[in-house]
Design a binder for this molecule. Sequence first.
Ligand SMILES: [Zn+2]
Length: 327
Amino acid sequence: MRRKIRPVVALDIGGTKFIAAVVGGEGQIVSRAYRQTLAHEGPKRVIARLCSAIGEVIDASGIRRSSFGGIGIAAAGLVDTARGLVTESPNLPSWNNVPLKDRLSSEFGMNSYIINDASAAALGEHAMGAGVGLSNLVFITVSTGIGGGIIIQGKLYEGTNGCAGEIGHMLIQTDGPVCSCGRRGCLEALASGTAIARMARERLAGGEKSILPAVAGRGKADLTAEMVWLAAKKGDSLACDIIDVAADYLGIGLGNLVNIFNPEMVVVGGGVSQMGEMILTPARRSMKRHAFRLPSRTVRVVRAKLRVDAGLLGAAVYARSEEGRQA
Ligand SMILES: [Zn+2]
């Protein structure tokens, strides 16, 4: 008889908010809670808020603590999966080598497992999203920053320290704009939502005509990629051109990935992927120009399916696979 799959607690911790949930054996979300991360208050207070949210979702699920199969944690930033540390994170300032795994394990008396949030989203899309049943898949999330996760022969490739999949920091242009990592010309600095907004600001400052100032209203200084998208949908030529430029860079990144990994599928998630074919069609075209013919003909570049729950569900998948490995 097949062993019953136990429910797990899943956490997705971002720079501005986090989600805690109980995920049942079929991948269904039984209960969930959203909270502000308030990362500036430091790890101690954030961990206290995490614990209270976990307690709340466990109680709301009506499932006894002894029935749980562990806690899966997806965290924004670099994590040391073996030691269970958040080593550093631009989104969680002052988090240096925070032993999140041990803290949550001892608080709730169950094993916990920590993974980078984009790697978790890759696992989620592979287990129950766009890439179910595939062997080789690359997931890329394009939003404020760019992250990713790589599935090779059905398994997440974590690298030596759990740091693999930093697709956003692939170098595209050595003298390009400064990236959030401090280096220049990374994919993230050229094709992320932040990059799209920056290009729009620069070109408006250069005097180009556009409806963007009207779309942005008084918040011109806070121009976002979403506003560029809105203006492009109305046919604004500057906005359309900026999205094409970002798509072109994204395509260079995709071309590199396709040449290196020869995947069956590249799943594109994150806020910028909401633009759909407006960015994916020119990105595919650019990818084909920058990759070899056979792998670029084979690969399917599609939008993610799980949207905001990808990291959460991926954290649950990760906890289950790690728990199974140790059983
Ligand atoms: Zn970078």
